[in-house]
Design a protein around this ligand. Structure first.
Ligand SMILES: Cc1ncc(COP(=O)(O)O)c(C=O)c1O
Length: 285
């Protein structure tokens, strides 16, 4: 509902990233994601809208048939590169696997950037999820809007529950809540059973705060990340793997409010929210 090829949560981040790209003479945006990345689709749409070229680097094989976001990305006119991550995928989760992913990404990026630069393009590399300082500003500022809407609609919310993926959305909301003195606590629900730690997120928050001279310091224990009970985490069994409980949560919201959530991010976050209310982790009423 935020424009940009069916919208999503990245338009607020892209607002600031695109302004930077246009002000600094970039002709091409390059970003990363899974084959069905929402962030990739929105970045490509934003590039098209601003007259820029776009490159999407996908972690994964080219599927036999293009579906979903991949079809939209083709329509929007992006160059799509499928990175061969089979070696990294074969390793157990951990440091070596992380390193293998990074090496694949750097090699593939260097090759395509060289190709574009040789034809006179200037390529802006945007991290996965738009996870940088500029992108985070979008969610710091979102808090201001939420507070105005709460006042206008007389809403007394004590919690704001957000999906926790590449973490910039949560980080921005947390910083915004502190900066603007919001009446609510921000809770992050990881959308993957393996996720960025509170230490990593606090480090990122401090970096943003420092660069923007916000004067806010964050300790890992200041962050409220609710993953759910062991063995039954809100994220289910894997990133972007739909499960029965997420599906139930999606049906509940759709049938109560006519609002459609997705099984990768918003559905899992909403599942977490419902279970937190049910188990009195978030007091109801
Ligand atoms: C709809 C939606 N919600 C939440 C998120 C998570 O945001 P972040 O990656 O900033 O943690 C994403 C990420 O792509 C998303 O697409």
């Amino acid at each position: 509902m935020t424009g940009l090829a069916f919208g999503g949560n990245k338009s607020r981040k892209l607002d600031y990233i695109l302004k930077y790209a246009l002000d600094n003479g970039y002709t091409t945006l390059l970003t990363y994601g899974g084959v069905q990345t929402n962030h990739g689709r929105m970045t490509i749409a934003a590039a098209s809208k601003c007259g820029l070229k776009s490159i999407l680097m996908c972690y994964g094989d080219k599927p036999d048939e293009a579906t979903g976001n991949l079809t939209l990305n083709r329509i929007l006119g992006a160059e799509i590169v499928f990175m061969d991550v089979s070696k990294a995928r074969a390793l157990p989760p951990g440091e070596a696997q992380g390193k293998a992913y990074v090496e694949t990404r750097i090699r593939a990026t260097d090759a395509i950037v060289k190709k574009y630069e040789a034809q006179g393009d200037k390529v802006l590399i945007i991290p996965i999820g738009g996870h940088n300082v500029l992108g985070t500003v979008g969610y710091i500022e979102a808090v201001k809007e939420v507070m105005v809407q709460m006042q206008e609609q007389n809403i007394d919310a004590k919690y704001l529950v957000s999906g926790y993926g590449s973490t910039g959305t949560f980080a921005g909301l947390w910083l915004g809540a502190k900066y603007y003195n919001a009446p609510f606590e921000v809770i992050g629900v990881p959308v993957s059973p393996i996720y960025s730690s509170a230490e990593e997120c606090a480090g990122f928050i401090n970096k943003v705060s420092e660069e923007l001279e916000m004067g806010i310091e964050c300790m890992p224990e200041d962050l409220r990340i609710e993953e759910g009970p062991e063995g039954d985490k809100y994220a289910g069994i894997g990133y972007n793997v739909p499960d029965e409980k997420t599906r139930e949560a999606i049906y509940t919201l759709a049938r109560a409010e006519g609002i459609i959530t997705d099984p990768c991010y918003t559905g899992k976050t909403f599942r977490g929210f419902l279970e937190m209310v049910k188990n009195d982790i978030i007091p109801a009423g």
